[in-house]
Write a new protein. Structure first.
Length: 763
RNA sequence: GCCAGAGUGGCGGAAUCGGCAGACGCGCCAGAUUCAAAAUCUGGUGAGCAUCACGCUCGUGAGGGUUCGAGUCCCUCCUCUGGCACCA
């Protein structure tokens, strides 16, 4: 087990310091699922009848115990301690250890028939509680996850026959077993507040349990639920349902003994939001957040509750019974004690095996035999003359991906993970440029080590959370300098392709599908088309080999970047590839004479306009590349290149810059052009620095701005680039078309945004 | 059901802060070149109306709102994609 839960809070708080997409952060926060609330102890009444007063007194003097002191105490976790007065029953998960202990021999007198078990396969007749509970627990354990999901609609469960005491009002409440409570979360037991929890409400309706309200909802909710529920009833005719006080009275008196307003309103839908506490002596009238604190504090003083935090996140079972995984460097001696292998015995490598399947047996009680158990020789190691048995489980699938990026730092080092100076060089990044500091300092360093991590969103919660946890452990142990592994995360989209299903809904090989008359056919049968992530499961994968051999690697690469934004999924459509292929060819022809192979580059300076265009391109492309906007960067290069087609010879300053900008996108052709340009015959373009835009060339002397009248562009004016609002207004009102448009109209207002536009409001 | 993301021409997509919707590419149409074709080059290409070179109206999934001005901000709804599944 890896105690990732011990890092839960840090895994949440450090998210704020990472440059990650917000949706991924949200998914991680939800996955960790931190919830604040309280643990509360309930005394289960023994069949003989313990005196609860005695227990309350003992608790008052002993205080809150770390674990319940006896088997008749049920500890629950709740995020809503303020609803304790509304707890009308309790539920234990079927796997809860107390279930078998609290069940009495016979049903208590007056047990409603509905409580004696509601679930498929319930034993017939009036079965005693123990047999009924056993039957329910066995059935719950036999249910697969899929079955549990299918049955989410109907709540099932059984009354255990036992009661507990509600610590706030000492009311006796029944204890049920139901599989809607999970053993794996919280304490595996809950207090049920049907008026203010959706699931408890469903269960209460099913089992005919009381649903007393203890939180007053806001007026909107009352109007939507209470007023709507009663307005058709004849009894409501005399009531003013628009009056908030009437609605509150209806809601507050629902289900109170003898006060159901003649059954006019009873709660059928839980209100699970915050409101004002009602029918709750110790916290009456308090808003939810204050009520929570008050009641928890009050119970804490009496040793009955304690503030608590719970996580949805589970600890990481770091072991699999599979062959393909990293073997553990652990052996066991004769007494079964685990021993770490000595460094000289490392690395442990997987044995060559013919058969990777786990060993099976007919004996249901036999221990499982993982695949490595078949490697009988490998499984035994002799150390200091004594035989040891190897650990036969392997590490789980995310183990390697948690640290591979660290190994890349110093891959040939066979003594360390990575040399500390190498690790610092790559992983420590100062926030504001400059030299890397000696050690991590949150004030000056980025929290994450890897500058940019590009990966699919499917890793949002597993790989990316485990890797963060692993890195933090290594950081705490002093092996890595930064607290986080990946500073900036970018989720690329999926490449999608058409996939086809036959009449059974089964995917057919996409490459065998033909289109005819707008319909799709595979082997003579019509198939249905859909779009999905390209891959094996949808049988729609296309290898890029053919494109690569037809158009070359540069075109393939460029096309993949040009298809659209990196983070968006997009269909693979080979029809569009010729576009970028033509671009590369046109670029080549602009710089090299096709017939002679001679360079068409001149040392003459570029014209003013061309130079401006170049620097505008450099500026735009730089920004696009920074934002990973490869598609728009390429569009700008195409635009510049298109301007060169009409020239007899391309000025060297333009050619060189264009080729440099192209290099990261289409490296082969850029390298070839670079060598032809003769800019340093020995060097590769890879060592050139990226072109820089001259800011003075980005400013135009004059600009054209639109003039809008009645929200439409009616004319354009040319003004100095730095013209102020007054100058723009003057120029706009003088423009002939504007004057024509304004004839007979009154100008109410003129809005001028310098450098952008003029908007004339007429009335 | 819950969480997240996305809906823009025939297609992929562009639009940095609320300021000219449709950059760039594909496709399509026309022209040049050619004996012809491919390739290449030039021009055009959201829809409708028009006294088809002035111009007008509509238009970013639907409906409302804020604003001088909305693809962009707010509310309601629809569709699609991905993730989660009774988490007390």
């Amino acid at each position: 087990m890896m105690r990732i839960t011990a890092y839960a809070d840090r895994l949440i708080s450090d998210l704020d310091l990472l440059d990650w997409p917000e949706p991924i952060k949200i998914m991680q926060r939800n996955w960790i699922g931190r919830s604040e609330g309280a643990q509360v102890d309930f005394l289960a009444l023994a069949a003989g009848g313990d005196d609860p007063r005695e227990w309350f007194r003992r608790r008052e003097s002993s205080g809150w115990p770390a674990a319940p002191e006896s088997e008749s105490v049920i500890r629950v976790f709740t995020t809503r301690p303020d609803t304790l007065y509304g707890a009308t029953y309790m539920v234990l998960a079927p796997e809860h250890p107390l279930v078998s202990r609290i069940v009495p021999d016979a049903w208590p007198e007056g047990t409603p028939a509905a409580w004696k078990g509601q679930f498929p396969g319930r034993p017939e007749g009036d079965v005693p509680p123990r047999a009924m509970v056993d039957a329910y627990v066995r059935r719950a354990q036999a249910k697969s996850d899929v079955e549990r999901q299918v049955e989410t609609k109907e709540k099932t469960g059984v009354f255990t026959g036992a009661f507990a005491v509600n610590p706030v009002d000492e009311e006796r409440i029944p204890i049920f077993v139901a599989d809607y409570v999970l053993m794996g979360y919280g304490t595996g037991a809950i207090m049920a507040v049907p008026a203010h929890d959706l699931r408890d409400c469903e269960f209460a309706l099913q089992f005919d349990l009381p649903i007393p309200p203890v939180v007053m909802p806001p007026e909107d909710w009352l109007r939507e639920h209470v007023a709507a529920a009663v307005k058709e009833r004849p009894e409501a005719a005399s009531l003013d349902l628009a009056d908030r006080r009437v609605l509150e009275a209806l809601y507050g008196r629902a289900c109170l003994p003898g006060e159901e307003l003649g059954g006019i309103y009873s709660i059928r839908e839980a209100f699970a939001e915050e409101g004002i506490a009602i029918h709750s002596e110790a916290i009456e009238g308090l808003p939810t957040s204050r009520a929570k604190r008050r009641i928890t504090g009050w119970l804490d003083e009496r040793g009955l509750a304690r503030e608590a935090v719970n996580y949805r996140l589970r600890d990481w079972l770091f072991s699999r019974q599979r062959y393909w995984g990293e073997p553990f460097p652990i052996v066991y001696d004769d007494e079964g004690l685990p021993i770490a292998l000595r460094p000289e015995d490392l690395p442990v490598e997987l044995p060559e095996m013919e058969d990777y399947r786990p060993e099976t047996t007919d004996d249901p009680d036999a221990p499982p035999r993982p695949p490595l158990a078949r490697a009988r020789e490998w499984a035994v190691v002799t150390i200091d003359g004594r035989e040891h048995r190897r650990e036969l489980n392997t590490m789980p699938n995310w183990a390697g991906s948690c640290w591979y990026y660290l190994r890349y730092l110093d891959p040939r080092n066979d003594r360390h993970l990575a040399r500390p100076e190498v690790e610092r060089y790559w992983m420590l990044t100062p926030k504001e440029g400059g030299a890397a500091p000696e050690s991590y300092d949150p004030a000056t360093c980025r929290i994450g080590g890897v500058d940019l991590y590009v990966g699919g969103a499917e890793h949002a919660v597993l790989h990316l959370l485990y890797a963060r946890f692993w890195h933090k452990v290594l950081h705490d142990l002093g092996h890595v300098s930064t607290p986080e592994p990946f500073h900036r995360l970018f989720n690329q989209g999926y490449v999608q392709a058409a996939a086809y299903t036959d009449e059974r809904g089964v995917y057919v090989e996409a490459s065998e599908v033909e289109e005819k008359d707008g319909k799709y056919w595979s082997r003579g049968k019509e198939v249905r088309r859909e779009f999905g992530k390209m891959g094996k499961s949808l049988k729609n994968a296309v290898t890029p080999d053919e494109i690569c051999s037809t158009y070359g690697a540069d075109t393939l690469r460029l096309y993949e970047m040009y298809m659209g934004p990196l983070d968006v999924s997009k269909p693979w459509n080979t029809r569009d590839i010729v576009g970028v292929f033509r671009f590369l060819q046109r670029l080549w022809r602009n710089l090299v004479d096709e017939d002679t192979g001679a360079l068409k580059v001149t040392d003459e300076p570029a014209s003013d306009d061309l130079r401006r265009a170049l620097h505008k391109t450099i500026d735009g492309v730089r920004r696009d590349m920074e934002a990973l906007g490869f598609n728009t960067a390429i569009a700008k290069l195409i635009e510049l290149n298109n301007q060169l087609t009409s020239l007899d010879a391309v000025p060297r300053e333009v050619a060189a810059a264009l080729v440099k900008m192209l290099a990261p996108l289409a490296p082969h052709i850029a390298e070839e052009l670079w060598s032809r340009l003769g800019e340093g015959a020995e060097a590769t373009i890879a060592y050139e620095s990226y072109p820089e835009a001259d800011p003075s060339l980005l400013l135009e002397d004059s600009i054209e701005v639109p003039v809008m009248i009645k929200g439409k562009v009616r004319a354009r004016i040319r003004v100095a680039a730095d013209a102020d609002a007054a100058a723009m207004e003057r120029a706009a009102l003088e423009q002939p078309r504007v004057r024509q448009q304004l004839e007979g109209a009154t100008v109410r207002k003129v809005i001028c945004v310098p450098g952008k536009m003029v908007n004339i409001v007429v009335g």
